[in-house]
Design a protein. Structure first.
Lengths: 457, 138
């Protein structure tokens, strides 16, 4: 590991910070400043802390305030604000949201435990009596208790272990209950929180934060997609089998050229097909061809539930497409030379980038890994693009039992001796992405130049 | 996993630092604001059984005002006329703190009593109003 780092710094100072990294730092700084302001709110109207009870109660207040601040921030991270989504990437925002969500649950749990403990110490009552007192006699606390139980329920369901036993759609809809929980819990903060009871300005700030987050979510997750649905009236035009278990869906609609104009190659939409059994879920699929004024194409491998049912779609079925989303686009590259590394159905966004990514002849390479010959998608298209652009195209085909681990550093270096001078776009199953990242790291490609988007939400 | 430990530990440490940075003592009597008893506060003969209404002391949570009963110069009882009661939490704290303060007063026979922890504001108001009643009774 150390030798890799050393040789990297010796030969080049590393690429400049990408746009997305600057944006990430800016966003994290903004969130941090907000947290400091919230802590200051506590600091400015807290007097001397005397005795264990006050230590505990004030610890509880700090946890509560921070949790109250974290909730709208988490909502904002998931609000799909296009500039944020395009620069930071949907996957990164989702990861932050997931990490922040666990942190939030921790803060809430600490707040509750410490408040009950601190109050019962102050009042010399037992914990059970103090809990009933708080839940039933303090204003808005019954609502807050329901909200918290809901929140913990969703938290338990979201815990990764539990989620594997749940369908994505079920998990997703349960997750929406957190909005209800946040509304239920909101009021107890203002009617019990020392910091808000005696401070009109703090109350107004809190209202702005929550109402603002709510407005952003309503606008970007509901109003805009609704407007697009009416404007474009998308419908399924054709369903085509590309390979065993892989289908392409072609979608047409009105004013598609507008949609095409604001979509960057490599981005995805959340697709909802208004057919029996499918209407309840919106799944993220990348466009598998550059969008044109005529149609949009997605290509999906059957993996169960939603994806399997796509094969049975009838032409004419109404489609709602939310998007475009994602930062897996040409914006991320920082080098003239680019390697696209695809495995299986992960070819879809790379197929689009292969055609559109600006690159001089010889500077663009696509390495495409598949288990079997017949699993290779879009062969004719890829070969035509390669020929037209003077791009290189390599297939790594064969079962692992026969050809060994295909994505080894050695294999990659044989195909591309100057691998280190490349930006790499990775797309494939999770295992493949992990293997390839390791191989690229060993080959000396800086992590910053390895771009991938993971859809394990 | 490491990240979780770092964030949780970091937060706990930060909260402890903030709590530790606050002062941890207060001179209860000195901190009590000085007010005067209202006009006509004394009712009854100063040598016999009589009551004195103390001044109303404003605190961050609301005003506190007492009525003190004397037998001659001996304090025999304290009635709270006004206390912070805008929230159930204030009520709960006062229900706990005021009997303690009254007991302390009856034992000490002056306003040099300890504040009740967890009820800083009520204690300050109580002591301030008590002192003004004692001053008026002299």
């Amino acid at each position: 590991m150390t030798s890799t780092v050393a040789s990297r710094t010796a030969t080049d100072p590393g690429p400049p910070l990408r746009h997305g990294d600057t944006a990430a730092q800016a966003l994290l700084t903004a969130i941090g400043i907000g947290a400091v302001a919230v802590i200051y709110l506590w600091w400015s109207d807290t007097g001397p802390i005397i005795g264990a009870a006050q230590w505990i109660t004030n610890g509880a207040r700090l946890c509560g305030l921070l949790a109250g601040y974290t909730a709208p921030v988490l909502v904002l991270l998931m609000s799909r604000i296009p500039p944020l989504d395009r620069t930071l990437g949907t996957d990164r925002l989702a990861r932050w949201h997931a990490m922040g969500g666990r942190y939030f649950v921790g803060l809430v749990a600490s707040h509750i435990t410490l408040i009950i403990w601190g109050y019962s110490l102050t009042d010399n009552t037992n914990v059970v009596h103090q809990t009933t007192e708080i839940v039933f006699h303090y204003p808005d606390m019954l609502k807050a208790t329901c909200g918290t139980l809901l929140l913990f329920g969703v938290g338990a369901v979201s815990a990764r272990a539990a989620r594997r036993r749940l369908r994505y759609e079920t998990w997703y809809h349960l997750h929406l209950l957190t909005y209800v929980a946040i509304v239920l819990v909101f009021f107890h903060q203002l009617s019990n929180g020392d910091q808000f009871l005696h401070d009109q300005a703090a109350r107004i700030c809190w209202y702005c934060l929550y109402l603002g987050a709510g407005a952003v979510v309503l606008w970007f997750r509901f109003a805009l997609p609704g407007r697009d649905a009416l404007r474009h009236q998308l419908r399924v035009a054709e369903v085509r089998t590309e390979a065993p278990g892989v289908v392409s869906v072609l979608v047409t609609g009105r004013r598609l050229e507008e949609l095409a104009a604001r979509t960057r190659p490599g981005q995805f939409f959340r697709w909802r097909f208004l057919a029996p059994g499918l209407a309840w879920s919106a799944n993220p699929y990348s466009l598998s061809a550059p969008p044109t004024g005529g149609s949009l194409r997605i290509t999906v491998k059957e993996r169960g539930g939603h994806s399997a049912a796509l094969a049975g779609l009838r032409p004419g079925t109404r489609v709602l497409a939310e998007g475009p989303y994602g930062a897996f686009t040409a914006d991320r590259r920082s080098n003239p030379k680019v390697l696209l590394l695809a495995a299986g159905v992960g070819i879809t966004p790379l197929r689009t980038l292969f055609e559109t990514l600006p690159a001089a002849p010889g500077h663009l390479t696509l390495i495409y890994r598949a288990g079997r010959e017949q699993d290779l998608l879009f062969r004719a298209e890829l070969e035509a693009v390669a020929q037209a652009r003077g791009a290189r195209l390599h297939y790594l085909v064969g079962p692992r039992t026969e050809i060994g681990e295909p994505l080894q550093t050695r294999t990659l270096l044989t195909l591309l001796p100057d691998l280190r001078d490349h930006d790499v776009y990775l797309c494939g199953p999770q295992g493949m992405v992990a293997t390839a990242r390791e191989a690229l790291d060993t080959a000396g490609v800086p992590a910053r130049r390895v771009h991938y988007e993971s859809f394990e939400f | 996993m490491r990240r979780i430990v770092i964030t949780a530990g970091g937060t706990a440490f930060g909260v402890l630092l903030l709590l530790a940075a606050k002062p941890h003592q207060t001179g209860s009597a000195e901190a009590a604001p000085v007010v005067a008893a209202p006009k006509g506060a004394v009712s009854g003969s100063a040598t016999g059984v009589h009551t004195v209404i103390g001044g109303s002391v404003g605190t961050a949570l609301g005003p506190v005002q007492l009525k003190v009963a004397f037998d001659g110069s001996r304090i025999t009882g304290v009635t709270v006329l006004e206390e912070p009661d805008s929230t159930p939490r204030d009520e709960q704290i006062n229900a706990q703190a005021i009997p303690v303060l009254t007991q302390e007063t009856l034992a000490a026979q002056n306003a040099d009593i300890d504040a009740v922890s967890g009820a800083t504001f009520t204690s300050q108001g109580y002591i301030g109003s008590l002192q003004s009643a004692l001053d008026a009774a002299k």
